[in-house]
Write a protein that binds this ligand. Structure first.
Ligand SMILES: [Zn+2]
Length: 469
């Protein structure tokens, strides 16, 4: 902190008097910024409406909408008075983007008959402490490089006239030291997460520069290998690291279950008044989960960047991931009412399973946006049915072709290879078939007299449903 002590708002003393509060404690000031930003965000969010089924009308999210402008809010809420304008204004746009992107996502998911998830809500004080500051071409949140790996971001603001302390300057500045992980490009805003102590520079993604390679690839997802490519490569998640984290999580979960058991209460009762060790273990568990997800995210980014760089056409199976990770149906026991038989749910359970399915959904998402950024690649999603049982050489399809999890041997032409690689080859073939179909359909549309030639024999060979994105 440099310069004046920022005015943080009015504060009630023990005898009920209102006194202005000033502080130069960096932690207090950062919390004030985060809380103020969240407050303004929630004021804007309260203007949104939700559909009420009973009265068949749109009602505000929570009681009365707050229609105050930035200026009014600054005057009436003392804790917003000295807030930098670039921080106070940012929720306007961010709340709007959050709201509409969440709505769009929900609509898409509903259309696909998948769980649309929760309506966007208010930000809670239990969430991470967070705020955004516009850069606005240098008006605030300026970055200055200090040495090779470190720099500082300076956020400035000023106390309004009537809250200026005698003998103090009116302006204050907050210097946030950062360790930079990559070169800083032009940015439009910064986002500060004070709980995790991270600072993000927001900018447009760079277009991915690449040369056309003419290479094509099919990708198969598997249990033994995360991805198998049609040119005989395996791309794997760092499984050992993830398993180690999984073991750590399990150890802590067992300890927690033991504590609940010893207390003789139910989980719900115990959680109402947990011990401090229990809470600490809970924090450790969520930290480990977050770490696992960071490892996966990193791997996905590296892998998809490599794929997009190396291949012009990428074929992928179009999997219903939601259906795959759905819970097994409960089997009631006919002899004992109220009891249930074993249904295999526990086998489906666990971090490993969650990771595998999360691993794939993320890959599809990242490939979609990265192929859009290059503008050259094509991503084709093909129907995955029977790709693991069909011979990629002669096209003979039989469930006996697949001898075990890893081995494939064709019963007709006796070709043998790794089962995952065989499936990847099939996926590439289907992708290409689909592409030919698309091109000819386009050709037929431009020349209405021409009969689509592929509609005969080839169409029956290409019974798979395909879709391009
Ligand atoms: Zn064969």
């Amino acid at each position: 902190m440099r310069g004046a002590a920022p005015y943080l708002g009015m504060c009630a003393t023990e005898d009920g008097q209102q006194v202005p509060l000033y502080s130069t404690n960096p932690d207090v000031v950062m919390r004030w910024l985060c809380d103020g930003w969240r407050c303004r965000y929630n004021q804007l969010r309260s203007r949104r409406t939700k559909w009420d089924r009973e009265s068949q009308t749109a009602v505000p999210l929570n009681g009365r909408p707050d229609m105050r402008s930035d200026r009014q809010a600054r005057l009436e809420c003392s804790w917003l008075t000295a807030m930098p304008a670039m921080v106070l204004q940012s929720p306007n746009r961010i709340e709007n983007t959050d709201w509409w992107s969440a709505n769009k996502r929900r609509r898409t998911l509903k259309k696909k008959h998948r769980n649309p998830g929760m309506m966007p809500r208010f930000k809670s004080r239990h969430d991470d402490l967070y705020f955004v500051c516009w850069h606005n071409k240098g008006s605030n949140a300026n970055y200055r490089r200090l040495n090779r790996h470190h720099g500082e971001v300076v956020i400035t603001g000023q106390n309004p006239g009537e809250y200026r302390l005698d003998g103090q300057p009116c302006r204050y500045s907050i210097h946030i030291r950062v360790r930079v992980s990559q070169p800083i490009r032009d940015y439009t805003s910064i986002g500060v997460n004070w709980t995790r102590r991270t600072l993000v520079f927001v900018n447009d993604p760079l277009p991915i520069g690449r040369e056309r390679t003419g290479a094509m690839v099919g990708l198969d997802r598997g249990c033994a290998h995360t991805l198998a490519t049609s040119d005989n490569r395996f791309l794997d998640l760092p499984k050992q690291r993830l398993e180690r984290i999984d073991r750590e999580i399990r150890r802590r979960q067992k300890a927690q279950a033991r504590r609940v058991n010893m207390s003789g209460k139910t989980v719900r009762e115990y959680r109402r008044n947990p011990s401090r060790t229990y809470e600490r273990t809970g924090r450790e568990i969520s930290r480990l989960y977050a770490k696992a997800h960071r490892i996966i995210d990193d791997w996905q980014h590296k892998t998809t960047s490599m794929l997009v760089h190396d291949y012009d056409l990428i074929g992928l199976e179009d999997l219903n991931l939601q259906g795959m990770s759905r819970k097994a149906k409960a089997k009631p026991d006919p002899d004992r009412p109220g009891a249930y038989l074993h249904n295999g749910q526990s086998a489906k359970h666990g971090l490993n399973h969650a990771l595998r399915s999360a691993g794939l959904a993320g890959i599809v998402e990242k490939l979609e946006y990265k192929t859009r950024l290059t503008g050259q690649n094509r991503l084709i999603l093909v129907n995955p049915a029977y790709t693991s049982q069909t011979c990629s050489e002669c096209g003979y399809c039989d469930s006996r072709n697949r001898e075990s999890q890893a081995d494939f041997e064709c019963k007709q032409c006796h070709m043998s290879m790794n089962a995952d690689l065989n499936a990847a080859n099939n996926i590439l073939k289907r992708g290409l078939n689909h592409l030919i179909g698309l091109d000819e359909a386009e050709h037929a549309r431009t020349e209405p007299d021409a009969q689509p030639a592929y509609r005969g024999k080839d169409a029956s060979a290409m019974t798979c449903e395909t879709s391009t994105r």
